[in-house]
Design a protein around this ligand. Structure first.
Ligand code: ADP
Ligand code: MG
Length: 536
């Protein structure tokens, strides 16, 4: 019998069998291996077998059954090996993933890990993963993060580069989390927005899968009725798996995965693996979310504590100030009378003293200095009084007009041009008229002192939303940034004979009236004070 296959030869040369590749030298001289690996499926061998069967009815007739059985077992073996391989991969995953999941309480890190595992070749190797999370406050299933190409054309080498560097899954996730997460989030922003669904849409594919707590394998997404058309279109695939993330019966979110690039069919194995994988991921996400909330609460508590401490300090300060105020007021009251008497006698003396008398200028000095003392006293008294205001409803325009009228003469002497721009129909404001007038006088005094050679002072009243604003602007020399910073500090002054109490007192009084004092000033440009009062 003429044999066409080389199965019966102990050794062959390369050209004898066309089915042996250049790198399979061993098969050339190892007959047993060659027979099992090649001959059993070789068409030449099968034709030899056929010829042998027609010549005898011995073993050659039974051999085909053996081959058939052998091949079936071989296929079975392959499937099993594949299964073991995928189980192995799964276990390795779960181990690596659980390491991160156990140690991380950072939501983004957990998610980076989970989606890396789904999309990296070393992981489940799906092309794309999208995570939707339940937003309890807004009652919706919100697109949170996605990983993979956006469109088919974008099949970019997302993992290739990293995989070439032979990193572990954990390192890949870390890498991704640290360098790419923000950019990826931005890239998918509109898709994620589009995929959000209200939890009340029971019929929607996403919500339904989540509520059913079992995963779904969709093979004709574009024709599925229960997903919005634009959503299906934006996803751009027909086949997709949806795995609900559930932790102790609480709905955490939904994981979508597909093979948008290579269109490999998604296997039941893939689905089962992802289902197993979804469990620790759900736990970790929930834990991270809880941790986040805990951090927020902690921050609120710390803030509240800090505010409480500040308030306590403020109260303490106010008590001290009240004490100082009382002391100052007592002293001021006891000095005021003797001072008035000194001033009065000095004025009588001056009248009775001829101008050419040498004593004349001394007496003048006494009068001038005692007047200054009286002014300081008034400030001190006002300061003490500022602690106990009496309120009423007043027309701010009237206050401005009254106070300015008293300044007309002084303005005239100093060459200051005073302009009033008063808005009509202003609502009344709740203020202590006397104290507010004092504040305004104080600011006008400062303006006058800032304009020794004349200039312009503009007073404006206007309404702005729920507030009435009073502004006082001068075109004097302005303040340096340092002076501006310190202007309302008690006893801060840049003037040789200043008390440094004016603005400190003003801001204190205004604060007590629920008003706000704002100072804008630029060197060489002038200064503008703005008082804002709430409309009652
Ligand atoms: P005093 O007038 O006694 O110096 P104030 O508290 O009234 O104290 O003012 C503090 C400082 O703020 C002043 O010394 C001055 O440097 C600055 N200042 C206040 N008003 C003006 C203004 N209109 N223009 C320029 N500087 C001003
Ligand atoms: Mg002053």
């Amino acid at each position: 019998m003429e044999l066409s296959c080389c199965w019966h030869k102990e050794q062959i040369i390369a050209d004898e069998c066309p089915y042996i590749g250049g790198n399979e030298q061993e098969l050339l001289y190892n007959r047993k291996k060659r027979f099992v690996a090649r001959c059993l499926e070789c068409p030449r061998f099968l034709s030899d077998l056929k010829a042998m069967r027609s010549e005898s009815d011995g073993l050659a007739n039974l051999f085909p059954y053996v081959i058939e059985e052998f091949q079936a077992l071989r296929v079975e073996h392959h499937t099993q090996a594949g299964l073991i391989e995928s189980r192995n991969r799964e276990i390795k995953f779960l181990h690596e993933v659980s390491l991160v999941l156990q140690t991380s309480v950072d939501m983004d890190e957990v998610i980076a890990m989970a989606l890396t595992a789904v999309t990296a070749g070393k992981g489940f190797g799906l092309n794309r993963a999208i995570l939707l999370l339940v937003d309890k406050e807004r009652q919706n299933l919100k697109g949170y993060f996605a990983l993979g190409p956006r469109r088919r054309e974008e099949a970019g080498p997302i993992w290739r580069e990293i995989e070439q560097r032979d990193l572990t899954l954990r390192e890949m996730a870390q890498n991704f989390f640290e360098s790419k997460m923000a950019a990826e989030r931005e890239r998918f922003d509109d898709l994620l927005e589009l995929l959000s669904v209200p939890l009340s849409s029971d019929d929607h594919l996403f919500v339904r899968t989540l509520n059913a707590q079992t995963s779904a394998h969709i093979t004709d997404l574009q024709n599925t009725g229960n997903i919005d058309q634009p959503q299906a279109k934006a996803l751009g695939v027909n086949e997709m798996i949806l795995v609900p993330l559930i932790s102790k019966n609480r709905r955490i979110g939904l994981l979508l995965a597909d093979n948008i690039v290579n269109h490999h069919p998604i296997t039941t194995e893939d689905l089962h693996s992802l289902e197993t994988f979804a469990l620790p991921v759900s736990f970790a996400i929930e834990r991270a979310a809880l941790y986040e909330r805990l951090q927020e609460e902690l921050k609120k508590l710390t803030d509240a504590n800090r505010r409480l401490k500040e308030q306590q300090e403020q109260i303490l300060r106010m008590e001290k100030m009240a004490l100082v105020g009382k002391l100052a007021s007592n002293i001021a009251h006891s000095i005021r009378n003797p001072l008035t008497i000194i001033g009065g006698f000095a004025r009588s003396l001056l009248k009775a003293t001829p101008a050419e008398d040498a004593k004349h200028q001394y007496i003048e000095s006494i009068i001038r200095e005692s007047r200054k003392l009286e002014e300081v006293l008034e400030e001190v008294l006002n300061y003490a009084e500022s602690l106990h205001p009496t309120f009423d409803l007043w027309d701010l325009n009237q206050l401005v007009t009254n106070v300015c009228a008293a300044f007309q003469d002084d303005f005239g002497l100093s060459g200051i041009d005073c302009e009033l721009k008063l808005a009509s129909g202003l609502p009344l404001v709740r203020i202590d008229f006397k104290k507010m007038a004092y504040c305004l006088r104080n600011m006008l005094n400062n303006a006058m002192e800032a304009l020794p050679r004349g200039g312009r002072v503009t007073l404006t009243t206007q309404r702005s939303g729920d507030q009435v604003l009073l502004t006082l602007a001068d075109d004097g020399p302005g303040m340096s940034p340092e002076t501006l910073q310190e202007a309302t500090t008690p006893f801060f002054t840049t003037k040789e004979k200043g008390s440094g109490l004016g603005l400190s007192l003003c801001s204190r009084i205004l604060e007590g009236q629920g008003a706000r004092l704002q100072i804008q000033s630029q060197e060489g440009r002038g200064t503008c004070f703005t008082v804002s009062l709430d409309v009652p």
